[in-house]
Design a protein around this ligand. Structure first.
Ligand SMILES: *Cc1c(COP(=O)(O)O)cnc(C)c1O
Length: 457
């Protein structure tokens, strides 16, 4: 088999600035050992996120010039609305400036104290928006999803039995929504099967609870369904997406992921009565319902991006390029979440650094080591991002302790990724010298963005 090549040529380039080990040592200290606090200029390969970091196509840039900036009823809105309807089949489309703005509106209306939102795994902003209303978020990922090294096709699935029992225990009236995140970002970018979505749909119908799909990476998820789930290999990714969304009452999406846009998001739904409540809030927080916090040019870029994302030559390259990194690391025996998911490689920091206990944040320590040794920026997805304090003040860690290396779409080449695997391999070879961390400052919510650390002696 021949190499699967990037299905694009490069028309415009950006420089990468190089730093030395000694410079990075100082830069990391000045950033309080939190890669979020580094300047992007000081990063060689930036794998902090795949969100808003995509390279737009020439057609998207052309769309930017076509943007209709009319306040109300702009042409660009109708193009955007048509693109979202084509994929989701949902009649109401509400633009927002990011995914979390859609979540904020949704849970302000649906959330509240005493309620619980059930999910395969809530992403951090989704959880924060649920909890901000006084409601609770509960993750019910399937058993396979909790075992980083276990090879299985759909490790992002929700545990349907646990879903049913939790609804019975908590009472359907206290569950305002079930959220299925595709792919499961915080659970390793692992896909959810169509069968699992159908199962969740049936349970939601039985208890009359709305099913919400967090669709940030729907195209990557649908490509996995095409490759792995019986009965889908002759369907197009677009057809699979349409079938998948036919099971949803509502969809939230960040266009910064699978729409190749640098900003944007939306909320799409069936229910016109609920939509009216959402729009009322939208006008206060985002803007008029035909622009929702976005410029007309952004709506154009998203509409075009949604066309491009379901291109199967792109998706084949995308999924293979992540797998390529995973293969190289696995050959070295480096512990990671397997199989690799859709948009990122997740190092298993707990196994990578078994000498560092969870309360000394092995994920944060590993993320810092990757920057120090190679100028690579990744993000901890573990006890810093999701840790909570128990009544006795002790840290309660989430099931997985990961470092996510998210791959921006269409941005880096194979040689960039070869460099990344070389750096990780080097770090792995002297992992015993890496020390734990201690938090010196933290915010009450989403602490990982701004927390400060010290390296333990
Ligand atoms: C990025 C993301 C969000 C939030 O979207 P923003 O555009 O960053 O606000 C929500 N859910 C998932 C799964 C995400 O990956």
């Amino acid at each position: 088999m021949k190499t699967i090549i990037e299905p694009f040529k490069i028309k415009s380039v950006e420089p990468i600035y190089f730093t030395t080990f000694h410079q990075r040592k100082e830069l990391l200290r000045a950033a309080h050992y939190n890669p979020f606090l580094l300047k992007a200029h000081d990063v060689i390969i930036d794998l902090l996120t795949d969100s808003g970091t995509s390279a737009m196509s020439s057609a998207q840039w052309a769309g930017i010039m076509l943007g209709d900036e009319s306040y109300a009823g702009a042409d660009s809105f109708f193009k955007f609305e048509a693109a979202v309807k084509k994929i989701t089949g949902l009649p109401v489309v509400i633009p927002t400036h990011q995914g979390r703005a859609a979540e904020k509106i949704l849970f302000t209306i649906l959330g509240g104290a005493g309620k619980t939102v059930l999910s395969n795994t809530l992403f951090d902003t989704t959880r924060a928006n649920v909890e901000f209303t006084g409601a609770e978020g509960l993750d019910l990922v399937c058993a396979a999803g909790k075992q980083p090294g276990l090879i299985a096709d759909f490790k992002g699935n929700i545990d349907l039995i646990a879903l049913d029992t939790h609804i019975q225990q908590l009472g359907a009236d206290n569950i305002p929504a079930v959220v299925i995140t595709i792919t499961n970002n915080s659970g390793g970018g692992q896909p959810v099967s169509m069968e699992n979505i159908r199962g969740a749909r049936a349970i939601c119908t039985k208890y009359q609870i709305p099913l919400i799909i967090d669709a940030c990476r729907f195209a990557e998820n649908c490509y996995f369904i095409k490759m792995r789930e019986p009965g889908f290999k002759n369907h197009t990714v677009l057809e699979i997406a349409q079938q998948l969304f036919s099971h949803a009452d509502m969809v939230t999406m960040s266009a910064k992921k699978d729409a190749f846009a640098n900003i944007g998001g939306f909320l799409a739904l069936q229910d016109e009565v609920l939509a009216q409540q959402f729009r009322n809030l939208l006008i206060v927080t985002e803007g008029f319902p035909t622009y929702g916090g976005l410029a007309g040019r952004d709506l154009e870029a998203i509409a075009q991006g949604l066309e491009e994302i379901v291109d199967e030559d792109y998706l084949k390259y995308r999924i293979r390029s992540i797998e390529y990194i995973g293969d190289k690391l696995s050959e070295q025996g480096i512990p990671l979440v397997l199989p690799t998911g859709g948009h990122a490689v997740y190092l298993d920091a707990a196994s990578f650094l078994p000498h560092i206990p969870r309360h000394e944040y092995p994920g944060q320590a590993l993320a810092c080591a990757l920057y120090l040794h190679g100028g690579i920026r990744g993000v901890e997805i573990g006890s810093v991002m999701f840790g909570k304090y128990g009544k006795d003040g002790g840290l309660i860690s989430p099931p997985l302790e990961l470092v996510r290396l998210a791959i921006p779409r269409r941005v880096y080449t194979q040689s960039h990724m070869d460099y990344v695997t070389e750096v990780i391999t080097d770090v792995y070879h002297h992992r015993n010298t890496i020390r734990g961390m201690k938090i010196t400052y933290e915010a009450p919510m989403l602490r990982h963005f701004t927390a400060r650390f010290e390296m333990l002696g």
